[in-house]
Design a protein around this ligand. Structure first.
Ligand SMILES: NC(=O)c1ccc[n+]([C@@H]2O[C@H](COP(=O)([O-])OP(=O)(O)OC[C@H]3O[C@@H](n4cnc5c(N)ncnc54)[C@H](O)[C@@H]3O)[C@@H](O)[C@H]2O)c1
Ligand SMILES: N[C@H](CO)Cc1c[nH]c[nH+]1
Ligand SMILES: [Zn+2]
Length: 441
């Protein structure tokens, strides 16, 4: 069922052999540019027009009333409430524990540099809502922002035809459980543009969404394209586009589990990538057989089939696990499962992955909902240089430089020398003047 790529006995570059579906983000950027510019220039009418075109709804007001958010919590199924609360509790525990604390280094007696971790003031959190609904993504965005101490949080999520043009009820309920009260029924590139530039959110222009300082959260290729386009206008977390799973497995892995995990992420999007890397032909054959058995029976069989057959998915056959490790490192998957003997040892050697899931009992679905880790992770190879969303994503390190007169005097000649070398004498003078004019004394 999966494309088979045989790297055994050869030295072919795995990056070329495993193309990514969203290499087309740059094409999507050009497609959404006029929409982003229209939202910047006209605000509400442009957003409404895009919602009509892409979401099939034409909302009068984009902001979700506070009582609607509260009512959604009231209507929540008790089992769903319990599961969301468990997810929130575990995520809060992990994210609060990982918050960086301020640190002071005494460089010399009387001279210190303190690194202060200051939260971003206002952030926009994107919660997808096209093919699937993501109350869990509300948790994964909001919990780290709150743990960082962000003061102003706004959630955007696409309007749903079957919910009177409001975001999904479970998404609203998750906002209520987390104490978020600024929510807009806007999705796609238009939501990203609204957050970046700010915009009126009703026909009369009485209500406004004020611009944010940073936008986080996953989304489809259009959301990812808008984030790439607006990076710089606002801060952006890593690109978190169509989901990816890679599994490094040997003959100890259970083919039924491997297939189920590949299918679980293919379920997100026809552009999702599911990749198995293994030295075992027997496992590859058995996983193929399991995929053929499990995939057609899945609820979202059509998009799963499209994702699994897509050029972005496949089985990579390698000579051994060392070669497999090189492949998964080159690929830099959003999620990497290690299902091998001594899984932890292999996992600790991985350099490039959004998150690593170790052994038979840590499937990606656990991390999607209830491990305590974050599921907003870098896709498209961004794991080579970027981290998943965390409490750190919402903090800025600000250096506090504090020297006494004596400490400055001691180092003044070096400052003056470096300023002279760079032909920026006024820099040197700003130090010298403090010690009686021309030169430091
Ligand atoms: N990496 C992660 O952390 C992570 C987590 C959860 C989900 N995901 C991914 O997020 C994505 C969610 O996608 P989704 O589609 O379900 O929801 P989405 O909210 O990202 O996209 C829906 C929006 O796309 C816009 N849109 C649809 N067609 C368009 C077009 N032709 N041109 C311009 N805009 C258009 C619409 O405005 C709609 O509101 C999936 O790819 C999933 O794999 C990633
Ligand atoms: N696997 C997704 C991250 O790529 C997150 C998610 C949310 N709900 C289910 N899964
Ligand atoms: Zn998932």
């Amino acid at each position: 069922m999966l494309n088979r790529i045989d790297l055994r006995g050869g030295a072919r570059d795995p990056r070329r052999l495993l193309p990514r579906a969203q290499l087309d983000v740059s094409v999507a950027v050009e497609r959404i540019r006029p929409l982003v510019e229209a939202v910047r220039d006209h605000g509400y009418p442009a957003i409404r027009e895009a919602s009509e075109r892409f979401d099939g709804v034409s909302p009068e007001r984009l902001r979700v009333p506070a009582e609607t958010i509260r009512a959604a919590e009231g209507e929540l199924d008790p089992q769903v409430r319990a599961a969301l609360l468990e997810s929130i509790t575990r995520a809060r525990k992990v994210h609060a524990d990982q918050r960086r604390t301020d640190h002071t280094t005494t460089v010399v007696p009387g001279g210190t540099v303190t690194e202060r971790w200051v939260p971003v003031d206002r952030v926009g959190l994107y919660v997808p809502g096209g093919l699937a609904m993501y109350p869990s993504t509300v948790v994964m965005n909001v919990v780290p922002a709150q743990a960082a101490g962000v003061r102003s949080l706004v959630v955007v999520s696409p309007p749903q035809k079957d919910n009177d043009g409001l975001p999904d009820r479970r998404v609203l309920a998750a906002c209520a459980l987390l104490g978020v009260d600024e929510v807009y029924a806007v999705g796609g590139a238009q939501a990203v543009a609204m957050l970046a530039y700010g915009a009126g959110v009703d026909p009369a222009g009485d209500e406004r969404c004020e611009p944010v300082d940073m936008i986080t959260g996953p989304g489809n290729i259009w959301v990812t394209a808008a984030k790439r386009l607006l990076r710089g206008v606002v801060g952006i977390d890593a690109e978190a586009g169509p989901t990816e799973i890679a599994i490094l497995a040997d003959d100890t892995a259970d083919p039924a589990h491997v297939a189920a995990d590949l299918i679980s992420q293919a379920e997100h999007d026809p552009l999702a990538a599911s990749v198995l890397v293994t030295p075992s032909t027997a496992l590859a054959d058995a996983v193929d057989a399991e995929l053929a058995r499990q995939a057609p029976a899945a609820k979202h069989a059509e998009r799963i089939g499209t994702a699994l057959r897509g050029e972005q998915s496949g089985v990579v056959l390698v000579d051994d696990l060392e070669a497999g490790l090189r492949v998964v490192d080159a690929y830099a998957a959003e999620h990497l499962e290690i299902q091998t003997r001594n899984a932890r040892e292999w996992a600790l050697r991985v350099r490039n992955a959004g998150a690593v899931f170790v052994g038979a009992w840590s499937p990606v679905s656990l991390g999607d909902y209830c491990a305590g880790s974050n599921h907003v992770l870098p896709t498209g190879g961004c794991a080579r240089h970027s981290s998943g969303l965390s409490v750190q994503s919402f903090l800025r390190g600000v250096h506090l430089v504090e020297y006494t007169r004596e400490a400055l005097r001691d180092v003044a000649p070096h400052v003056v020398t470096l300023a002279t070398v760079e032909d920026l004498p006024a820099h040197g003078q700003a130090v010298s003047v403090r010690f009686g004019g021309g030169g430091a004394s």
